[in-house]
Design a protein around this ligand. Structure first.
Ligand code: HEM
Ligand code: HEM
Length: 170
């Protein structure tokens, strides 16, 4: 069993991290924020697409995903719950963002192409707030997840963080 994640999974993990940070920082009404709105929507859609590529990699690389040591059963359960919430957010937050955009406009161009939108959700006004709430919850979970990884590295001094980093050739 290898003790680092397969390279394609490491690339997707850190690319997603970069995109989530960018999309979070460019949050706002994309119909009025110009270039920032474009970055927000393109970044959000990329996160959504990467989520499915990531899922397929989990099946492809199933046997070479490291099983990091856990201290006890509770730790294992918490890790699984956090991972599930992260996966769910990577899929749900962009979908709700797309619905929120559908409420704000019926015509949004991404790189000069019309983004298909759903006019039937027009009257559900709270979707924008729901998107914002889910995005903030997602970022909170990411914060807990990143803190746990850093605690593993600096306090428990184990292999957990290293398993998500590229191995340096000695
Ligand atoms: C993981 C991906 C995403 C994250 C973390 C995210 C995060 C956020 C945040 C934090 C806000 C609120 C900003 C503020 O008002 O202070 C926001 C607003 C918004 N986002 Fe996203 N977003 C994501 C993906 C998307 C996507 C894919 C779309 C559209 C296709 C989108 C469309 C919108 C819209 C329309 C608003 C304004 C909602 C309103 O004020 O009614 N977002 N986003
Ligand atoms: C948007 C931000 C992030 C998301 C969505 C995210 C998501 C995930 C997911 C879903 C996994 C499970 C393996 C996989 O499917 O790739 C994972 C593993 C991991 N992540 Fe993150 N992550 C984020 C940011 C971070 C940050 C900032 C750190 C470090 C400071 C980090 C460190 C790790 C480590 C060490 C693992 C391996 C854990 C193990 O197998 O025991 N992640 N991450």
């Amino acid at each position: 069993m290898k003790n680092t994640y397969p390279k394609p999974m490491i690339i997707i993990h850190w690319l997603t991290f970069f995109l989530v940070a960018t999309v979070y920082l460019t949050g706002g009404n994309p119909t009025t924020t110009g270039l920032l709105g474009q970055i927000h929507v393109i970044g959000g859609i990329s996160i959504f697409i990467l989520f499915f590529i990531r899922l397929s990699f989990i099946f492809i690389y199933n046997k070479s995903i490291p099983k990091n040591e856990t201290i006890n059963q509770y730790q294992k359960k918490i890790f699984k719950m956090v991972r599930f919430t992260l996966y769910l957010s990577l899929c749900i937050v962009p979908i709700v963002g797309w619905l929120a955009l559908s409420i704000l406009t019926d015509n949004f161009k991404v790189l000069f192409l019309n983004l298909p939108l759903l006019s039937s959700v027009r009257d559900i006004q709270y979707i924008g707030e729901l998107h914002e709430f889910l995005a903030n919850t997602f970022i909170t979970i990411v914060g807990l997840h990143a803190s746990a990884a850093l605690i593993h590295h600096f306090i428990f001094k184990d292999n957990v963080l290293k398993s998500m980093l590229f191995k340096r050739n000695k």
